[in-house]
Design a protein around this ligand. Structure first.
Ligand SMILES: O=C(CO)COP(=O)(O)O
Length: 135
């Protein structure tokens, strides 16, 4: 499965701890991230992460483009709801596209935990069916 990992600045430490805790699961999948999040995860885990631009410079949009191609299976987005983001329209667009394409999207660590456990259980296999039917 293709998984996007994104965290706003005040949530970077949380996503690093999350990636460390679930490294044994995440390592079986293809990982993508916005620039700084990806850098921090690869510096603090043994995970290999494909990095896009930093969020404010277009990284959310690049991940959105993969979603629009049905080429992303899950988005784990540790959002900071207490800080205004200069690129809020990009953040909204990413979440909107996740809804358009029924891509499982976690916007906080609590939901991300559930999604990662369901990934491990194989609950996301229906994504392969969706992708096959769109080819
Ligand atoms: O701003 C972000 C998501 O909207 C995250 O971007 P970075 O991972 O580059 O900090």
């Amino acid at each position: 499965m293709k998984i996007a990992l994104i965290a706003h600045d005040k949530k970077k430490q949380d996503i690093i701890h999350f990636a460390q805790a679930y490294e044994h699961i995440l390592r079986k999948h293809e990982l993508f991230a916005t620039g700084t999040t990806g850098l921090r995860i690869s510096q603090n885990t043994g995970l290999s992460v494909h990095r896009f631009q930093s969020g404010p410079l277009g990284g959310d949009q690049q991940i959105g483009a993969l979603i629009a191609d049905n080429n992303m299976d899950m988005v784990l987005f540790f959002r900071d709801p207490l800080t205004a983001q200069p690129h809020e329209p990009d953040v909204s667009a990413l979440m909107r596209l996740s809804d358009v394409y029924n891509v499982p999207l976690a916007t906080n660590m609590g939901t991300a935990e559930l999604l990662v456990h369901s990934l491990e259980r194989g609950d996301l296999q229906w994504r392969e069916v969706v992708k096959d039917s769109n080819e």
